[in-house]
Ligand binder design. Sequence first.
Ligand SMILES: [Zn+2]
Length: 451
Amino acid sequence: MRLLSIRTAVLVVLTILFLLGVGVFFVRYVQQGHLWAHHPTNRHYFTGGKIKTLGTVYDRAGRVLLQMTEDGLKYNENKTIRTALMHAVGDEDGNVATSALVAFRERLTGWNRISGAYRFGSGQRNEQELILTLDADLCAKAYQELNGRKGAVGVYNYRTGEILCMVSSPSFDPQAPPADLDPEKYEGVFLNRFFSAAYTPGSIFKLVTAAAALEQLEEIATAEYLCQGRMEIGGEKVTCMTAHGKVTLKEALAYSCNIAFAHIALELGAERLQEYANQVGFNAALVVDDIKTAQGKFDVTKAGGADLAWAGIGQYTNTANPLNFMAFMGAIANKGVRVTPTILKNKGPLSILGGREKKQILAPETAAELAAMMRNNTLTSYGEENFKGLELAAKSGTAEVGGGKRPHAWFAGFLAREDYPLAFVVIIENGGVGSRTAAKVAANVLQYAVN
Ligand SMILES: [Zn+2]
């Protein structure tokens, strides 16, 4: 009797262990099955580590960006399009994490959790189609406008979330990859800077400080700040390009007056500035069709005095991710509602995350006031004649990066046009003055988009 109960106990324990094992396997299969199936040693999908499946990637107009054939990968016939879209489509070796070839592998191979690599029915191997929201010609134009400079350009529809233009430079022709990736020329070439980089924002961050000021400082509508070209805070200097004299918030934004924004940042205090930075998307990633962006950082918990002032001007330890910042621009244009950008036009049943997600990140009145001030920037500072017909609302940034290097050039904003509800961002690494270099790229790309 005693022996029997020991045997029973052992059997029960073994059964529980077995069921636990099955349970663990099942959970891990659901969570990670796609990774197992797409391991480069799986000969269903890979030959010698290179993806081998039959499928096609299109742009929004139905142009073929990539065809996966029995003989390997065949990209678009136009070299500029191939190069401009390398980060969107991917290289043969799968080095770009945000590319379709890597991020949307499951959709391209047709793998799913129920049937695995098996396709029901016969002769269905060539069915996998991926349609991106991108406009190949617009991407090519943006790539040409960067003209070899490092950086990124993004344009999206702030109502639907569709990304029309996404370019990261440097890039290369994936049909004929360079044999030798020169480390200076091709620095970070596999990084999609639009998705995965973060840079010191400089003055484009003044939009965040302005948003906080509009809601938190009671007298802001009539307040005037005196800029004498420099000020001292606790023995440290904050400087401006020139002495702007007495300026309102609206004027301070149009002239990008550092001194006025230093005063405003100090008046707001670290806590409130931190709150608004978080609210509009800093210290968080966006999920774009299952692809996570890099985070912009803003942390003034230990900052006071001149550090806090510089933080409110977009310097200090701030960084901004281009895609996230573009989405913030879209929210200003869209009555404070941020539509999460999306890059997949045919989402399919697998997509549960990202895309079309909407979030009110600013009060509608605040967004409207910011939008009006950004429109005023163009009229009084950037010159309407440089952006004819675009109804452009924007903010430039010239972010000091130290080390004797030229500043990063930013230009970000949106078109206040019903027919073209587009928000955009341009960043040129060490590109100099944002309102000149980055603004020119934006002007040419946006004119191309509306014409
Ligand atoms: Zn000033």
